[in-house]
Design a protein around this ligand. Structure first.
Ligand code: COA
Length: 259
């Protein structure tokens, strides 16, 4: 049984709650491993179409890496922690089913890095975002220096990373860090509504879209559009493609099987 996360199945959605409210859901190594294990256990489960990650309590999504654990690290241990966490966030980013971070409060440091590895971020009006590592004399180590500029552009990313300043949910939305902002009580329903829309689509196509966007951004444009053409072609080998196009022609709702 995991100690620091809660899992709950809501229809086709797995809800994962980071559950260390006494420390504002700070991420220690065990929490990261439990998160990875929870995702691995549903990766090939056809009953689970997507995942929401949120934080326990009203105050925080995740207030960063666990500073007490970090304070004990030597250079080799800190690098190992960074590499291991980055592997887990890479697994999350490349997960074949949509993952939404439902950000219910502080979303700082490693919390913001976790949220940025998710496919989308929705925020409660009370959410606060930031990369405050410089306040501790360290730098982001879970992909923050790379995913933040890719999401919001280099200048805004450097401003956030170098000042350590926090921004509110509206500003996060304005710069493209948060996809949508909801009232606190409507946050989970808002995330579920996005996933429920995706569940109506062809699951293989959804998976290939995630792959095209993730891998394509790491390639040159010429290589990336070639990748897109290859994955587009692959769609035409699926039953979902036959069903989706037939349903359109027959003016009925498609019944996708994910094959
Ligand atoms: N790691 C470990 N413990 C943390 C933590 C973290 N990242 N963030 C908060 N906590 C703990 C606090 O130490 C405190 O524990 P205590 O009750 O035993 O003293 C508890 O969570 C509540 O935090 P507190 O600071 O009292 O709440 P606040 O509302 O006054 O401030 C924050 C909230 C988020 C502004 C503040 O906790 C903070 O700056 N946290 C660190 C954020 C950070 O630097 N993250 C990047 C880490 S690399």
């Amino acid at each position: 049984m995991p100690e620091f996360i809660l899992t709950e199945t809501r229809g086709e959605t797995l809800l994962i709650t980071i559950n260390r409210p006494d420390v504002l859901n700070a991420l220690n190594a065990q929490t990261m491993s439990e998160l990875e294990e929870a995702l691995r256990s549903v990766k090939d489960d056809s009953n689970v179409g997507g995942v929401i990650i949120t934080g326990a309590g009203p105050k925080s999504f995740v207030a960063g890496a666990d500073i007490k654990e970090l304070a004990q690290q030597d250079p080799v241990g800190a690098k190992e922690f960074s590499v291991k966490s980055q592997e887990i966030l890479h697994f999350l980013e490349h997960f074949p089913k949509p993952i939404i971070a439902a950000i219910n409060g502080f979303c700082l440091g490693g919390g913001c890095e976790l949220a940025m590895a998710c496919h989308m971020r929705v925020a409660s009006e009370s959410a606060r975002f930031g990369q405050p590592e410089v306040n501790l004399g360290i730098m982001p180590g879970n992909g923050g220096t790379q995913r933040l500029p890719r999401l919001v552009g280099k200048g805004v990313a450097l401003e956030l990373i170098l000042t350590g300043n926090m921004i509110d949910a509206r500003e996060a939305h304005r710069i493209g860090l948060a996809n949508k902002v909801f009232l606190p009580d409507e946050l989970l329903a808002g995330a579920e509504a996005i996933l429920n829309t995706i569940y109506e689509k062809g699951p293989v196509a959804v998976k290939l879209c995630i792959e095209a966007v993730n891998h394509g951004l790491e390639l040159t444009l010429d290589e990336a559009i070639q990748l897109e053409a290859n994955l587009f072609g692959l769609c035409f080998s699926t039953e979902d493609m036959k069903e989706g196009t037939a349903a359109f022609v027959e003016k009925r709702k498609a019944r996708f099987t994910g094959r």
